[in-house]
Design a binder for this molecule. Structure first.
Ligand SMILES: [Ca+2]
Ligand SMILES: [Ca+2]
Ligand SMILES: [Ca+2]
Length: 132
């Protein structure tokens, strides 16, 4: 029964913001993921935010996320590729490995940080979906 409260929360957030997009599709800001305030997100910051997000997405606290808990954050193909034992769930290590892969994709200049422009790109948005 995890889906109904989640949907209610998303709906409430959507109404509060006055936008039609799901809450996790709202544009992300660097500042939200930048505890050292250097104006960019490094991999450590991205994975710390994603680890927090993982715990929030796991209401049954079994340490894994199934497709329902992921709620569209991964495609079926991504879930399958990240799930070598094929049990249909991701543990935190597997989730953070996807974060690392998306981080790399969102950092085309390969300087190891995501700036505001990179975060606003489609690759940056799919990274942000794993962090918020
Ligand atoms: Ca930073
Ligand atoms: Ca779970
Ligand atoms: Ca960069």
């Amino acid at each position: 029964m995890a889906f109904r409260p989640t949907a209610a929360v998303l709906l409430a957030a959507t109404l509060a913001l006055g936008v039609a997009a799901p809450a996790f599709a709202a544009p992300a800001t660097v500042a939200a993921f930048d505890p050292d305030k250097d104006g960019t997100i490094d991999l450590k910051e991205a994975q710390a935010a994603a680890a927090k997000q993982f715990d929030m997405l796991d209401p049954d606290k079994d340490g894994t996320l199934d497709a329902k808990e992921l709620n569209g954050r991964l495609t079926a193909a991504e879930l399958k590729a990240a799930d070598p034992d094929n049990d249909g769930t991701l543990d935190k290590k597997e989730y953070l490995a996807i974060v690392a892969a998306r981080f790399k994709a969102a950092d085309p200049d390969a300087e190891g940080t995501i700036d505001a422009k990179e975060l606003a790109s489609p690759a940056g948005a799919s990274l942000a979906a794993l962090m918020q």
